[in-house]
Write a protein that binds this ligand. Sequence first.
Ligand code: GLN
Length: 483
Amino acid sequence: MSTDAPIASLADVADAHRRGATTVEATVRSCLERVDRRNDELNSFREVHHAEALAAASTLDERLARGDDVGPLAGVPVAVKDNIVTRAGTTCCGSRILEGYRSPFTATAVERLAAAGAIVIGKTNCDEFAMGSSSEHCAYGPVRNPWDPARVPGGSSGGSAAAVAGGQCPAALGSDTGGSVRQPAALCGVVGVKPSYGRVSRWGLVAFGSSLDQIGPFAASVADAARLLGVMAGPDERDSTCADVPVPDYLARLETPPDPLRIGVPRQYLGDGNDPAVSELIAGKIQLLREAGATIIDIDLPLTTHGIATYYVIAPAEASSNLARFDGIRYGRRAKTGPGDDLFDLYARSRAEGFGPEVKRRIMLGTYVLSAGYYDAYYVRALKVRRLIKNELDGAFAHCDAILGPTSPVPAFPLGERADPLTMYRCDVYTAITNIAGICGISVPAGTIETDGRRLPVGLHLQCPAFAEETMFRIARVCEQLG
Ligand code: GLN
């Protein structure tokens, strides 16, 4: 295998620090060395916070020496996607328009990780404003897949996925609006979670599609991902969309599979659109689940085919309004103006220079579907289909605990292969539905397939009802052990 040897679990890392078997500083140093060693090749990090991470490590070591309880992530290094703000360093969202931007505050999700003992080591590259499925639309260069550097790591949180898969750090944060945690997790062979809408605070996540966005963790195992989500989840007075729903202990029953275990497999999920080797591998896992005693239920989700069209109306509509603030005055790099230029010219020039082509495409699409005369035909209709998709999934969950399929129809593809936007958008066929319905989803490594002489990972995707993460993790744990 082309990735580094698996790293210790987060529980073991934290435990070693607590017992004094090693210091946090030693862990962070070796992590930073691994980041530096592979970053020219992978470009997973845009910025590494060497000094801040080492300072935080020595503070933690002092507290541990005093016998303080520093939390469940004692000294665990984490990487943060570049669209999640941190006071340390800069937050650029993969965009030129935010180059050098320093946030006056840190996102709640990151603050909670730090309060639980985690150490932020840097910011990871991503598609500009999280728009993309390959991490090629990044103003700071494309990210590369640790399994094959000629291939993409998926996107938009490709830097975070590559960082964990490449052994640069044991955990990372991404954001998932239509698949941006789960799809890169699948393409890089790690675990990635899209929590239910409202499970994790979006305070400090630079908004893309406000009704779809969630911050989610990347890790090497289901247990690690569950540990991270347990720390981040729960209401936040700074984000009124973050639900006041109790957060169960995701680890307590992780090793106990739900009994009975009913898995729904939509007939639309293993069809013609997939690479046949992906379908074959997932079908093999379904057979193993059946042999392990799960009840496999054939379900029908005919609206699956409308997911992408619905997503690519709603997400750009919300993005076009969210991105209005990057105008060179309120936020963002200001263009030089010439004699006779007025305020409008300043906005237009700043945005023309600052945004890349995919972001401009989304803004135009979004502005169009929201404009008078088209609003009912596109935006309102997409909202109606959204409701139908949600109802269809609710109907399916009356019969099963989880819906299973591949995370992505294809494995990691070569850089440049999906230059056509519609081909790129098709990557999201199975994942965008989860965000449209506000439910939760996880991608679990399911093994590898051979493509052009390389072994490439495939992700198994589970979707569960809103706020059913505890069950989702327990089922994911079963899938992780199928062999
Ligand atoms: N690939 C999807 C898009 O380009 C999803 C992105 C995301 O989840 N942030 O919009």
